[in-house]
Design a protein around this ligand. Sequence first.
Ligand SMILES: C[S@@+](CC[C@H](N)C(=O)[O-])C[C@H]1O[C@@H](n2cnc3c(N)ncnc32)[C@H](O)[C@@H]1O
Length: 238
Amino acid sequence: MPVERVHWEDHFAAGHGFLTADDHELRLLAEAVGPPAPHARALDIGCGLGAYAAALARLGYDALAVDWADAAVAATRDRYAGLQPRLRARRLDFTDDTEVESLPAHSFHLVTMRLVLAFLPDKAAIADRVRRLLTPDGVWLVTSSLTGRLPEERRHIGLTPSDVAALTDGWERGHWYDLEPGGLRCFVLRGPDHGPPPVRALGGSCESGRRDGSREHDRGRGRDAGGGRAAVVARGGA
Ligand SMILES: C[S@@+](CC[C@H](N)C(=O)[O-])C[C@H]1O[C@@H](n2cnc3c(N)ncnc32)[C@H](O)[C@@H]1O
């Protein structure tokens, strides 16, 4: 078993959680993804204790929570037993192609990852796996720290500008919002390109359904999320 997985197994087996997703965060999540269509399916990757997956099940999604740590899966099942069968949980290592291929292609309308992507190697490969799982109009929502907002000793838990570029390439549209100024950032990426690699990603056409207060943000110039080539729409400010 990889040493990182042992770490997470021990963490959850000892009854520890992680930074809690509060009501404010869950309300913004619900606003960002909108009400699900009947029978819409959601996948929460690296579910930990299952807060995002439970919130999605409560919104009406058929939610599947996966984590490579058995202890996290057990905790999610235990904490949210009352939400079954709308919420299910299973062990799955999202860096393992064979395990990921056990999930049906193009069958999830929403994929979420909260405080997970920074820990996974090869962000572009992760994005490719997510694209394979999403329906053509699917949404990938990633909540993460950014390295530029973290002290030196905690930068390993954040996304670098090049991670952000790898994350946001290859989507029709996208926007981001911050949970609080200088806090966690949520990327909302829509419409995976299932064809050949795109010439431009998230480009000028951007988000058609902008809300009040929205604005374009050029990732290439952005202080925190820089490193990419294309524009995304930001809600809430940098
Ligand atoms: C910081 S915790 C976040 C947990 C939860 N998403 C939350 O926000 O509370 C990171 C989670 O990612 C899981 N994880 C790390 N690497 C993984 C992998 N390769 N496949 C699936 N889950 C993974 C860990 O077991 C852990 O539950």
